[in-house]
Design a protein around this ligand. Sequence first.
Ligand code: BGC
Length: 878
Amino acid sequence: MRRILLTTLLCIASNTYAQPKNNCSAVQLTCEHLVNPLGIDAIHPRLSWQLDDQRKGAVQQAYQIFLGQDSLALLRETKDSWDSGKQFSSAMLVPYTGTQLKPQTKYFWRVKVWDKDGVSTRSEIASFETGMMGMDLWKGKWISDNKDIHARETPYFRTEFKANKQVKSARAYIAAAGLYELSINGQRVCDHRLDPMYTRFDRRTLYVVTDVTQQLQKGENAIGVVLGNGWYNHQPLAVWNFDKAPWRARPTFCLELKIVYIDGTTETIVSDKQWKTASGPITYNNIYTGEHYDARLEIPNWDKPKYDDSAWQAVQYRNAPSAYIVSQQMVPIRLVKSYKPKSVTKIDQRTYVFDMGQNMAGITKVKVKGAAGTMLRIKHGERLLADGHLDQSNIDVYYRGDKEKEPFQTDILTLSGRDDEFMAKFGYKGFRYVEVSSSAAIALDSSAVTAYFMHSDVSAIGQLKTSSALVNKLWTATNNAYLSNLMGYPTDCPQREKNGWTGDGHLAIETALYNFDGITVYEKWMADHRDEQQENGVLPDIIPTGGWGYGTANGLDWTSTIAIIPWQIYQFYGDPRALEECYLNIKRYVDYVDGISPSGLTTFGRGDWVPVKSQSNLELTSSVYFYVDATILAAAAKLFGYTADQQKYELLSRKIKTAINAKFLDASKGVYSNGTQTELSVPLYWGVVPNEMKARVAANLNKKVEETNFHLDVGVLGAKALLNALKDNGYATTAYKVAVQDTYPSWGWWIVNGATTLLENWDLKATRDISDNHMMFGEIGGWFFKSIGGILPDPKQPGFKHVLLKPIFPQELKESSISYDSPYGKIVSEWKLTDKMIVYNIQIPANATATFYPPDNVRSSDIVQLEAGKHRLELELK
Ligand code: BGC
């Protein structure tokens, strides 16, 4: 193949789009990957931006950052606190390196950029506000009610204070072990759900900062806090022993409300003995099972001034749950989308079943009027029985609680006799169907139930539309499964477990990053990993955990999250922070495995979980993941300049590779182990196959797939590797056929059978591992970006600074439009097949470049270099 410049290419006709305007500006300013965030605890916060410059070949020649407390000074560019100086660099992700930032302080910043012609422009002003930046500033006390861990009632807390002057700004800093909802003067202060996120509570406790300026008033003010159990005080029993978590205690919180008055004076209201506590209408709450609400016990105006709280109890002081209280610097959970019932079935006078039309994670709002004391059970699940009732048998299998008193995925609402409206505060469920059964006859229609899809509110950054309805549906189902499994950490399923299964997390990571801007969630999950790692390097296979998951099958194919996720974040964002922060943890992990695996081979792992039929060799797959980790570690060592480590781990990865090939590769046949789809694709995909053997192994894999008539015969490890191993080794046509297969066993088979999310089992008749909302087979959604989109990060210039464009043009597909909002801006890869021609439209964002590698079925094999801008290639098919 010949490398030629775009300008000399025969088959291009550029400039078909409207003439771009000739200017450049820096846009999309973020701090720590968040827009104008509050509560930044980072010492060197990362500042980033993009260039809005539509011109061909747009680049950033230089930048200069100005940062200070005075926004007016910043406008005038008079020296305030930090001026990076003009840096001749194309970098757009720059850590702040000025003098030490002050806590609880608002900083403004802007960036000046020089475009390809050396012309400079300044961005708009962005801001961030620092948080507590350590433990010293906290003056509030940790408070709780006087109850023990078994108490079912949910504690409410209140206090009042007087603001004598006009309020200029106010911030609430609230740390909690458990969950909280904060209200001021009768108003909820924000739209977050399930704050703070689940962490290893005795090692890291999160606090949240909220702007409450609008809620405060001059004169009397009241603050109200309700505490939920969350994962902190898990009451009902399930097989993962959440109830035995070492941190378990009655929920507690610590609050500081910092007010700045118009005259510049400040005042801080804190949680202390002034506060009072009582129980209210929430008589039970559990994140895993449900919430019980007795509307007759509502306390009108309890969080408003002048409420008479003389009957309320004194609060109790508590120790801080951990010595490390840090800001929840991440995208919050929200109710992102609402659903009206698609249908309502009246089963009898007391029972109704609502079909919400979409499987999801979330909660329901029930609006109803009935006689006081009537009890409604609001039961959530994914399936229906033949008689129309809800069926939870696929998801309640690991629940060991009292199914009568604390039923699984069920809220219990006791009516007040007035118009009641109820929505659980402190939990969520996985469901598509809702069965409402009442203790007395009741009339309900479709207005009675609204469902809310709830998840970490990450922005969607991948778009896909093709001429294949199946591809479009698979992509949508993948994203719905993904979002259902993102609650401040990635979970396996939103109903049966809600566990942060490590394997599921890394198997889905590329799909995740192609489709959602999730870096803040993953950086938090990596902190959870560091919190959970044992001294010897071992990680549990669910993270966070209350202690379960060490010494199960928590080996390499699952817990390699510690290496794979930071590495992929670096590839997708060009941001090495997570990799840097996890470096020593990856090292400790690899050293541990090295210690127990002198030969370079290991059986430490679970294997190809939930396979269709063929079992694959555990030692082979686990050793491949050991190789992956050692390779990532060596690459990270190189990146950070740790030369001795680099050499050591390069040597180790070579040793592992040699050992795998010596034991499992039959070089005479080009087959690994017994030659299952997984055993051939895993070594191919992860780079273990010697160069000279790749073609033969790939040919064998292709043959194996042909033997199943283009159906899957893999579990989770094979499902991650198979399509890539085929596509990257000359069998794109086979890969695509497997991807869009719609008879059993295939991804498409689920969709044909009505799935709106991805499932846990290929076999729809299986009797275990049968959740209908799992993400572990989620590679499919991301693979479309890598295959028909062909948009790949270049490890040599990560973060899509340089884009590798390696699309495939399957004959069966007429049209595909895929785009991805990379850190540099939107990358578009869009093509249409007409007769024997592909018209391929590409868009590369400013300050990035791309290389197009034509697929095998294109006549010209010329590699094309592309600068920023829009391009149109006309490609003749063979
Ligand atoms: C989970 C999976 C997980 C697996 C590991 C299951 O119960 O739902 O997604 O990875 O266990 O054994």
